[in-house]
Design a binder for this molecule. Sequence first.
Ligand SMILES: NC(=O)c1ccc[n+]([C@@H]2O[C@H](COP(=O)([O-])OP(=O)(O)OC[C@H]3O[C@@H](n4cnc5c(N)ncnc54)[C@H](OP(=O)(O)O)[C@@H]3O)[C@@H](O)[C@H]2O)c1
Length: 349
Amino acid sequence: MSFMSSSKEEKNTHRDDDDDDDHRQRERRRRHQRDDDGVFVKEIAPNVFMPRVAFGTYKLKGEGCSTAVARALECGYEHIDTASIYKNETDIGDALNEWMKTGERKMPFVASKIAPAEMHSQLLVEQAVSKILGRLRLRTIDLIMLHWPGVSKVSPDSEIHKEKRKNAYRGLEKCLKEGKIRAIGVSNYHVRHLEELLTYCEIPPSVNQIEAHPMWPQEELIDFCENKGITVVKYSPFGGGGAPLLDDEFVSSQEREVADVTDDDEQAWKPSQILLAWSLLRGGRKNRDNNTTLCGAVVVKASSKERMLENYKVLEKDFSNSKYLSRALKVWDSVKTRKKFAWDSDCVT
Ligand SMILES: NC(=O)c1ccc[n+]([C@@H]2O[C@H](COP(=O)([O-])OP(=O)(O)OC[C@H]3O[C@@H](n4cnc5c(N)ncnc54)[C@H](OP(=O)(O)O)[C@@H]3O)[C@@H](O)[C@H]2O)c1
């Protein structure tokens, strides 16, 4: 991805050609790949490395959004998640512009999404991609997804969605071939939506961004994605706004369950970090018990710098040698309540 600076002077300080994009990807791999399993980054498409913990920006707007993104970048986040419908890409563009004014800084991985209202035709998608790039002030973007398997203002059970999302995906493929996007994907796609997409796509989706947490583990869908080489990006790891999965009473009942495990590192784990570790370690069914290899990525949103840091620091944890973590994950795995907090695309034909 390259950055379009807002002034001549800034332009001189920024890397903004294809060689520099390659340099940025190589550098990201060097700095964050702790071992061959790609601990901190996942290669989602040839030479496109996605950092595994993303900063989510849903509901952030205006100056508050720019400030939050600036804080997140200072905390170390290297992946910013936005969407056309969040109406905050201009604010994120401002934060990125400021961030890049200081010489040694690296441009983060940026992901955005095409809104259901922009999916009515291939041309609309191509125009939407250009608008996203314009708002973010980027020349190319790392990842764009179709936000939803259906279009706006059409009944969810209408067959029209099939043709519309096919044409919309063609628009993404075209923009990828033109070099405007480095990787393309979908969001909120169920198995049947993906099966259909895989019958006609020329370039398979690199990611499927979906809601997933212990109350909505989506094992079957994740199994399917893993088998097809589609990276799963989990959103709402705490259950979304208000973080219901971090509700005091709920967490303390979970903690009572693991209280019998005495381990030196017990104090080192915050409940938020246990849930983020769950997101990073739990894949489909085959990737459950005692798995210590990271899979996919997680998008998490927080307002204060303390919470941003607490969440981001999950990457500094030892995932393989913590008895406390392993017990805590099993307790979360045993949760029987099933609850989806975000919108549900299961109704879309
Ligand atoms: N593709 C899609 O359809 C879709 C749908 C939903 C979300 N997403 C993406 O995923 C991102 C994350 O999901 P989300 O925003 O729904 O929810 P989330 O990340 O699960 O939770 C956010 C909530 O958790 C709180 N929180 C954050 N860190 C905390 C901590 N360490 N301790 C206690 N509370 C904490 C936040 O409070 P404060 O803000 O007050 O700190 C906020 O209320 C979104 O921002 C968006 O980028 C995508």
